[in-house]
Design a protein around this ligand. Structure first.
Ligand code: AMP
Length: 557
């Protein structure tokens, strides 16, 4: 196998920026694995992770993940090798996370719901060497991983989480089982000693750029700092017991769910998204903090949610605009709630304690780090807009990417001339009680946010157009009470009009993840265009919203 120079495809931070972030005490000199080990040494007996299936103290998690790392090294995987993660929220997932990092390998944060279309592209671009799959999902991810490896230029090792392992696809949680802990520690220390804290630690996937999903390189020092700053913003310490229901492999999962509490010796109380199972565990475990994504706002309506009120200190709402009625409900339960804005590319904003109520209600607060730089620019230009005007949110700082991985063409337009990342989100700065707060006002990027999973409209349109009976396609968001948005496809037929099921079968054949499938079709003779000849998506969005509204009234009447 040829050696692959992955660093060549990453855009580094400018040395003067890295020096500034270090001088400010933000970036450390350790890898993530070394940071975790240092915390584990301080809090050996505390809970590190609690799930319905079991719990691990810091000592247990530290020792077992050392052994897993030794086992991974024994398989011939070497520092820098990317490992695709397709896992769910389990105790073993956290073991695997630290085991992989300790072996110097680089997790690639794909989703359990991704299929051949996504994994095929991402695994080639990241040059993934191993593929870790959850054996407990309805879809046979283990068989899928073997299929993916066939004829693949770099994939050569399947690893299984839970379920049955085999000689060619061992269970990651069994790896290194009998290895002497002292020996395993030595192995990890030897591997970690050679890793630069400014090297790539994790590959995240972008939720919202054009075309195929882009890969975000996250580096050891800046990614850990992101979590440290998040924990600090909420005043977390070793008494924090943070509930997490959203997939831990999402950026918010890694930063807020796993590294955040682990940066201060706190506990991660990890559940799957099923509220009937999750809420009793969270009550029993006396969680102090909880992050609710848009898909979980309804948790607050559950009678069992009130049982968390005696221990909960903070409810963080994230991912989409928060309805005022939700705040009211939380206040009625005596709960303090705030908002989080975050993206895999970096920038976070939070309404930290002390933020005025009005700002907590209507804004996402202030940027996480004092060295974050946020500007609102007139879309398509580099002209900064005054406070109060809505424009494109652009940013840079100590944990915001300097470039997507292996995407030079895209990087050329994704940043301003002075290096600010163009987020594609519309935002404004609102003045409240003398403070300047960031509010999110929509987006320019053509993305559908389905309960936190981002769907790239252009990607789905190109897939639809591969069907001979589809002459033109425009995919837009339609409003949805539970998920915020779902996908509606406006299509022009070439011949007979297909059914929704036909369209889905077509996407299944192309190996497209289910969450991207359109959930409604609208047929037109031609797609409406704007004055400059672009598809008028604004008109399509209003059209489907009006239709849904009318149908809802018809049903109610
Ligand atoms: P991801 O990288 O998948 O975490 O997605 C980041 C994107 O989610 C942002 O660029 C926004 O479009 C959206 N987003 C995240 N948090 C919020 C929020 N609090 N309000 C509105 N949109 C949000």
């Amino acid at each position: 196998m040829t050696t692959i120079d992955r660093a060549r495809h990453a855009v580094p931070y400018a040395p003067e920026d890295a020096a500034r972030y270090r001088a400010a005490g933000m970036w450390g000199r350790r890898t993530i694995a070394q940071e975790f080990h240092a915390v584990a040494e301080q809090h050996p007996q505390r809970d590190a992770v609690v799930t319905a299936e079991g719990r691990l103290t810091y000592r247990e998690l530290d020792v077992r993940s050392d052994q897993i790392a030794a086992g991974l090294a024994g398989l011939g995987l070497v520092a820098g090798d990317p490992v695709l993660f397709q896992i769910t929220n389990r105790l073993e997932s956290v073991l695997a996370w630290y085991g992989v990092l300790k072996a110097g390998l680089v997790p690639v944060c794909t989703l359990a719901s991704h299929r051949a279309h996504e994994i095929g592209g991402i695994s080639r671009r990241a040059q993934a060497v191993a593929h870790l799959v959850d054996a407990g999902t309805k879809f046979d991810l283990v068989g899928f991983a073997h299929d993916q490896a066939r004829g693949h230029p770099s994939l050569r090792q399947v690893l299984v989480l839970g379920g049955e392992g085999s000689a060619e696809a061992p269970r990651i949680d069994d790896l290194g089982d009998g290895v002497d802990p002292a020996l395993a520690r030595e192995t990890v220390e030897r591997i970690q000693r050679d890793i630069d804290p400014d090297a790539i630690a994790v590959f995240q996937l972008s939720g919202g750029t054009t075309g195929v999903p882009k890969i975000i390189p996250r580096l050891h020092a800046e990614y850990w700092y992101n979590a440290v700053a998040y924990a600090r913003a909420w005043g977390w310490d070793h008494t924090t017991r943070n509930a997490h229901l959203v997939p831990i492999i999402h950026n918010a999962g890694v930063v807020c769910g796993v590294h955040g509490p682990h940066s201060v010796g706190g506990a991660l109380v990890l559940t799957n998204p099923d509220l009937t199972e999750a809420l009793p565990l969270l009550a029993e475990e006396k969680v102090t903090d909880i992050l609710l994504g848009h898909g979980h706002y309804r948790a607050v309506e559950e009678p069992a949610f009130a049982t968390l009120a005696s221990s909960l200190r903070t409810v963080v709402l994230s991912g989409a605009k928060v309805p005022p009625s939700l705040f009211q409900k939380l206040e009625d339960l005596g709960l303090w709630s705030g908002q989080l804005f975050g993206m895999g590319e970096g920038l976070f904003a939070v309404t930290r304690p002390g933020t005025p109520r009005e700002a907590r209600l209507s804004t996402v607060g202030t940027a996480l780090s004092p060295l974050d730089e946020v500007r609102i620019l007139e879309p398509g230009t580099e002209r900064e807009l005054p406070d109060g005007s809505v424009g494109e949110l652009c940013c840079t700082g100590p944990y915001t990417l300097r470039g997507y991985f292996d995407a030079a063409d895209h990087n050329a337009t994704a940043f301003t001339a002075d290096g600010l990342y163009r987020t594609g989100d519309l935002a404004s700065i609102t003045l409240i009680e003398g403070g300047r707060y960031l509010s999110i006002e929509g987006r320019i990027k053509d993305v559908i946010n389905r309960g936190g999973e981002k769907i790239n409209a252009e990607e789905v349109e190109l897939l639809l157009l591969k069907h001979p009976a589809i002459a033109a396609a425009a995919v837009v968001a339609m409003p949805d009470g539970r998920l915020g948005e779902r996908t509606c496809a406006y299509l022009v037929a070439d011949g007979e009009r297909m059914t929704l099921d036909d369209v889905r079968q077509h996407l299944i054949r192309l190996g497209v993840a289910k969450f991207k499938w359109p959930e409604r079709l609208e047929w037109l003779d031609e797609l409406p265009t704007t004055l400059v000849g672009k598809i008028n998506k604004k008109q399509l969005r209003s059209d489907v919203a009006a239709k849904l509204h009318a149908e809802h009234h018809e049903e109610a009447g």
